[in-house]
Design a binder for this molecule. Structure first.
Ligand SMILES: Nc1ncnc2c1ncn2[C@@H]1O[C@H](COP(=O)(O)OP(=O)(O)OP(=O)(O)O)[C@@H](O)[C@H]1O
Ligand SMILES: [Mg+2]
Length: 309
């Protein structure tokens, strides 16, 4: 609800968005909406359009057709910089950290959308908004690493830097492209804990805690998807196969998404030992049916949300 009693728009509303490249339909028209508090996993075999969909939502590419609204506003009309960066932030697969910079500079790159060019350049000499980086790194258990060279940090610490960067940016929509694909199982869980915590701890505390952010991440592991996410969008060859609350998705459904490709499971795919078919009825399900159903599913009293935004 908004202050005037109306309903807030969904954080993301995709109306028939599609994207093609010469000779290939990367994404067939797809419609869905995502509400604050949702943690959405996008699954599907290689080439199914996952990264394309994230890039459309991040404003890095324009859809060929359809409309994409972020927080009720047409993404195509949002100005790059402050307007866009307050709405959407992306954690890329390789984390996109600059190895020779100090940790604090990589974290404060999350503020670049807010800053003028001059301010950005001055910040390389004397970090601005240092308190934001300090608060984020302290919350991630890295208080003493602010002035370490990024390349001297361990893989797990670099991963936390990428999360800290999106924390100081504090966008309403956090996108992550295969954030755990190169991590061992324990680190992968740690990373997803951090990222989903940004959603659960966001927003205002009241009689009911109401998150105001949403996470959309691509990943392959059925176990991690079902453990950490509230909703699953399954893609195959650019088409939506299903869009359901995680509670209504089985490991067999996720296995099927990959098996339907006809190539068997991809290398390194942990298929959870499920040999059976899916619960059925998943292929071609209409989009957006779960929008809102899972919003705030895991919301509960927050014991201290992220405080630097
Ligand atoms: N810039 C581009 N130019 C031409 N084709 C592209 C481009 N980007 C993606 N594609 C094609 O679009 C399709 C979808 O690609 P996309 O990267 O979205 O898949 P994905 O599901 O993220 O795959 P992966 O799991 O391998 O990352 C693929 O067939 C890919 O080759
Ligand atoms: Mg991809």
């Amino acid at each position: 609800m908004t202050q005037d009693g109306g309903h807030a728009p969904p954080l993301i509303e995709a109306r028939g968005i599609a994207k093609s490249y010469p000779g290939i339909v990367a994404l067939a028209p797809i419609s869905f909406s995502i509400e604050p508090g949702e943690k959405v996993a996008i699954a599907g075999p290689s080439g199914s359009g996952k990264t394309t969909l994230l890039e459309l939502m991040a404003g890095m590419q324009q859809p060929d057709r359809g409309e994409l609204l972020l927080d009720g506003r047409d993404l195509g009309r949002l100005k790059p910089g402050r307007e866009l960066s307050s709405l959407v932030g992306m954690i890329n697969q390789g984390y996109d950290l600059v190895p020779h910079l100090l940790a604090i500079h990589n974290v404060l790159a999350g503020r670049l959308g807010e800053w003028s060019l001059l301010r950005s350049m001055v910040s390389l000499v004397r970090p601005r908004d240092k308190h934001l980086a300090e608060a984020a790194l302290e919350q991630l258990g890295m208080a003493g690493k602010l002035y370490e060279r990024t390349s001297h940090l361990s893989g797990g610490e670099q991963q936390r830097l990428a999360v800290a960067r999106v924390m100081v940016q504090s966008p309403k929509i956090i996108l992550a492209d295969e954030p755990v694909s190169s991590l061992d199982p324990a680190r992968a869980e740690d990373m997803l804990d951090l990222m989903t915590g940004l959603i659960d701890d966001s927003g205002a505390d009241g009689p009911v805690h109401t998150p105001d952010k949403a996470l959309i991440a691509t990943l392959h592991s059925p176990e991690l998807i079902l453990k950490f996410f509230t909703r699953v969008i399954g893609l195959r060859q650019g088409e939506l196969q299903f869009d359901r609350p995680a509670g209504k998705v089985s490991i067999a459904d996720l296995d099927d998404l990959y098996l339907l490709e006809g190539n068997g499971w991809p290398e390194g795919w942990d298929h959870g030992g499920s040999a059976g078919g899916s619960a059925g009825g998943s292929a071609g399900e209409s989009a957006g049916q779960s929008a809102g159903q899972s919003a705030g599913q895991s919301a509960g009293p927050s014991d201290g949300g992220f405080a630097v935004a």
